[in-house]
Design a protein around this ligand. Structure first.
Ligand code: SAH
Length: 515
């Protein structure tokens, strides 16, 4: 069997977008991924479903895997012919023991690549508004391990040299030794008033910063019970934070928010959350797909073949638009055959999807719930007119019924089906149980029912209980009602039923929480 290959990849400090392009490519093409806890959870979502995931970090129930065993594991996987990605927090060469791993690979004739990452030593201070160098304040920086016991620290660190270096000192793995570190720095000549910052879980939703001076930082760490992992920055650059802090002032900072909508639609919401300083976590519980039942397909074909007979085409969702056009393409029906029909769209996103295909929907309804649509068209809907409703199989019956009451002929076609997507995501489960998901967004009733079902399939008996305490935000009243009926407590419902309305709701919830 040909030997596989090992990519030793830096995952960056936690924000999933801080991996390199090359690193992400390696991750996506791997057959096995070996990772520990500093690799951000979202990145793990990029691992192909077919790939083996091997966690070698700390677990409450067992010891961390020894470095020698990890080295051997990489060799064994590669000898099985696998493409292996060894994903490490930050940069693999900065206290990442990549040397030992590469050495054993080399000994076994296995080829490898070292793909650098953004080290927490620089990125974590930057996310707290602290640049490690500054034209006037520091012309160098040192990255130092704080991991060892004091006597070992003394052997590996020449305190006098370190202390008298002009620049910024960055300690990794040093939280437990903060007292000893400050003591030594003062003893060797740094002024006790030198500013110090500790930044824990930098670049992630949990990011927290504590500042002080060499003199009082130990006390402050104890008083706040400040826990690792954290980067310690010592030097005058820390003062820059007051002026330069940035991400902490964004309206969704500190919030990890679950996005449940279909993968194809999730990105818009995720990027808004990201832009606003929050951390989106995508867990798509819906998949849309072409219908398979012969009677449904026959109905679609028949309806589309009658293009010229319709007065209206009413579209109620972006998916409806997409699949309507897919069917036109599949059946070879020219859009110009719909010249008699007027197109109407529920909501601006649906209208925009139509516009992108060269169809201007008119007029735009005032309200965005299906119920608002008819009011805005009321004077133009005439008895006897034919209305086509291309929609998903779960669409509510309200619209066609109302149209029929007005004396119109409503023809519904299920141009797509909603299916449950139930990815198994153990990391999500762990985060839910640990309270590390702070809010959940529901953009339709089926996202509610499907999330509960997906959790049940992952072995959660009472998913409503697991979701207690998490802020639940719904796009509109119908979705909120479904959530309440399923035993969830809705924290807020969007005032306008749009993605932007939902985002505003998230912002308000966060502002409220901070008060
Ligand atoms: N190779 C890594 C460092 C590994 S040593 C890198 O280049 O970043 C592990 C230490 O890194 C932790 O104890 C902590 O000091 C620091 N660290 C890594 N990620 C961090 C994060 N997101 N926030 C704060 N500290 C972090």
């Amino acid at each position: 069997m040909p030997k596989g290959k090992v990519y030793l990849v830096g995952a960056g400090p936690g924000d999933p977008k801080l991996i390199t392009v090359r690193g992400l490519e390696a991750l996506k093409r791997s057959d096995a991924v070996v990772f520990d806890r500093l690799a951000g959870p979202q990145l793990l979502g990029q691992i192909p479903d077919s790939a083996e995931r091997i966690y070698v970090g700390k677990r409450p129930d067992r010891h961390t895997m020894k470095q020698e065993d990890i080295n051997q594991l990489l060799v064994d996987l590669a000898l099985q012919g696998k493409t292996v990605c060894r994903l490490k927090g930050g940069d693999p060469t900065v206290f990442g023991r990549v040397g030992e791993e590469a050495e054993l690979l080399k000994k076994n004739g296995i080829s490898y690549e070292i793909i650098p990452g953004i080290t927490s030593a620089i990125a974590v201070p930057a996310y707290a508004g602290i640049p490690v160098t500054h034209r006037d304040l520091a012309s160098s920086f040192s990255v130092i391990t704080g991991h060892e016991s004091p006597d070992k620290l003394d052997r590996s660190i020449q305190w006098d040299k370190v202390t008298n270096a002009t620049g910024t000192l960055v300690f990794l793995m040093g939280v437990a030794k903060i007292g000893y570190i400050s003591e030594q720095l003062i003893k060797h000549g740094r002024p006790p008033s030198t500013p110090v910052a500790l930044v824990r879980w930098g670049t992630r939703a949990e990011q927290e910063t504590l500042t002080g001076t060499l003199e009082d930082i130990e006390e402050k760490v104890k008083a706040a019970d400040f826990q690792p992992p954290a980067v310690i920055v010592v030097g005058n650059v820390v003062r820059q934070r007051e002026e330069l802090r940035w991400i902490e002032d964004k309206p969704l900072f500190g919030r990890r928010i679950l996005v449940t909508r279909a993968r194809s639609q999730a990105s818009e919401l995720s990027s808004r959350i990201d832009e606003l300083g929050g951390e989106p976590y995508e867990f798509p519980v819906i998949e849309t797909r072409m219908p398979e039942r012969p009677d449904v397909i026959a109905a679609i074909r028949a309806a589309l073949a009658d293009a010229e007979t319709y007065d209206w085409v009413l579209l109620t969702s972006v998916n409806g638009v997409e699949y309507f056009f897919r069917w036109l393409e599949l059946c070879g029906i020219d859009i110009r055959r719909w010249h008699r029909a007027e197109f109407a769209a529920v909501g601006p996103a649906t209208a925009a999807a139509l516009k992108a295909r060269g169809v201007i929907a008119s007029p735009l309804p005032e309200k965005f719930r299906a119920e608002g649509l008819l009011d805005s068209l009321a004077d133009r809907l005439k008895p006897g007119q034919r209305v086509l409703l291309p929609r998903g199989d779960l669409a509510r019956e309200w619209l066609p019924e109302e149209l029929r009451k007005l004396g119109l002929e409503a023809v519904e076609i299920d141009v797509y089906e909603n299916a449950l997507a139930a990815p198994k995501d153990r990391i999500l489960l762990e985060m839910l149980e640990a309270g590390d998901i702070h809010a959940i967004t529901f953009t339709s009733s089926s996202t509610v029912t499907n999330l509960l079902e997906a959790l049940r399939r992952m072995g959660v008996d009472r998913p409503e209980e697991t979701l207690r305490g998490i802020d639940i935000a719904c796009i509109g009243p119908v979705t909120a009602k479904t959530a309440e009926e399923k035993g969830l407590r809705v924290a807020a419902t969007a005032k306008t039923s749009t993605l932007e309305g939902l985002v505003q709701t998230l912002i308000e919830l966060n502002a409220h929480r901070k008060k």
